[in-house]
Design a protein around this ligand. Structure first.
Ligand code: ATP
Length: 292
């Protein structure tokens, strides 16, 4: 049996940073949306000449989060023959688009298509793999709270498109959070609650609440991000921001001609930023496992 699934990256339309919790993670309030820039996972089950689970992922060194997902599934009694997983990376690596988390979430979807995985087991495993994995279990739009692992799914929204501009270097998420602390960026609990209420009311009224508290920290570590944001704004994008902990920058285009404008802006940037591309919001169906 061979299966395939896409693992879409995400952008954070807003990300508010709160105080550090007792487990050392920061509280956040964030609105995430999956986009059509996606990794691809192919899984061959049994008969593939492998006695143990195998994960091949060109470009990623060290232990792969998908191998950790498989080990977790086996520990929980996942009863499937050994699998061989090949991951094609398309989401910028360590780019603030949650590519690794998306891969792990896609693996959990694929696993459930091969042999039963109770929903509660998948949910628990997702949270243990990383704070961004639960929100990626089902691609789409969600609000993340806690350290990001408490997920409220929202209905998809039409009428917007993105320009995604990868940067030619990586940023460590942990380092960006440390820099945010150094700069005194985290809000107190009351302020974070107020931003949460503001976000909920914006969502109810169909407005976009945009902003990323981590952006000054990412800019402090890599000032070239500022140039990328200026270039994006000068190229005709409506709103340009850093995604998550960066360094990927993106623009949101709204209105009836959003997709055409995103295409135009991406084309203008392509010479200076290889990999710049327009992208569409995507939902559950986009990441669903299928036979290959
Ligand atoms: P986030 O937005 O969730 O903080 P990110 O987009 O900044 O994540 P990722 O691309 O998810 O960063 O990867 C962070 C690190 O995780 C990489 O530097 C890499 O060493 C490790 N990693 C392990 N497995 C994967 C994978 N399948 N894809 C990408 N990175 C992986």
């Amino acid at each position: 049996m061979k299966l395939f699934a896409r693992a879409p990256g995400k952008v954070n339309l807003c990300l508010f940073l709160g105080p550090v919790r007792s487990d050392g993670r920061h509280e956040v309030v964030t609105l995430l949306e999956s986009v059509s820039v996606a990794d691809e996972l192919s899984v061959a089950v049994a008969g593939a000449g492998t006695a143990v689970d195998e994960v091949l992922c060109a470009g990623v060194k060290g232990p792969n989060i998908v191998a950790r997902a498989l080990a977790g599934l086996r520990e929980q009694g996942w009863d499937a023959p050994p699998v061989r997983v090949v991951i094609r990376k398309r989401v910028p690596l360590a780019g603030g688009m949650g590519g690794g988390s998306a891969d792990a979430a896609a693996m959990l979807r694929l696993a459930a298509a091969i042999a039963p995985v109770p929903v509660a087991v998948a949910a628990e495993l997702a949270a243990s793999l990383g704070a961004d994995v639960p929100s990626q279990l089902l691609p789409g739009v969600s609000i993340g709270t806690g350290a990001g692992e408490v997920v409220e799914r929202l209905d998809a929204r039409e009428g917007h498109a993105f320009v995604i501009v990868p940067q030619p270097y990586e940023l460590s998420t942990a380092e960006v959070y440390r820099e945010a602390d150094r700069l005194g960026l985290p809000r107190d609990a009351a302020d974070l609650s107020a931003r949460h209420r503001e976000l909920l009311s914006a969502v109810c009224s169909g407005a976009y609440l945009l902003g990323n508290d981590l952006e000054p920290a990412a800019l402090s570590l890599r000032p070239d991000i500022g140039r990328a944001l200026h270039t994006l704004r000068d190229s005709g994008a409506d709103h340009a921001m850093v995604s998550g902990s960066g360094p990927t920058v993106f623009a949101l285009c709204t209105g009836a001609d959003a997709h055409a404008r995103a295409d135009t802006v991406a084309a203008r940037l392509a010479a200076r930023y290889p990999g710049a591309t327009s992208a569409a919001p995507v939902g559950e169906e986009f990441g669903a496992p299928r036979g290959s």
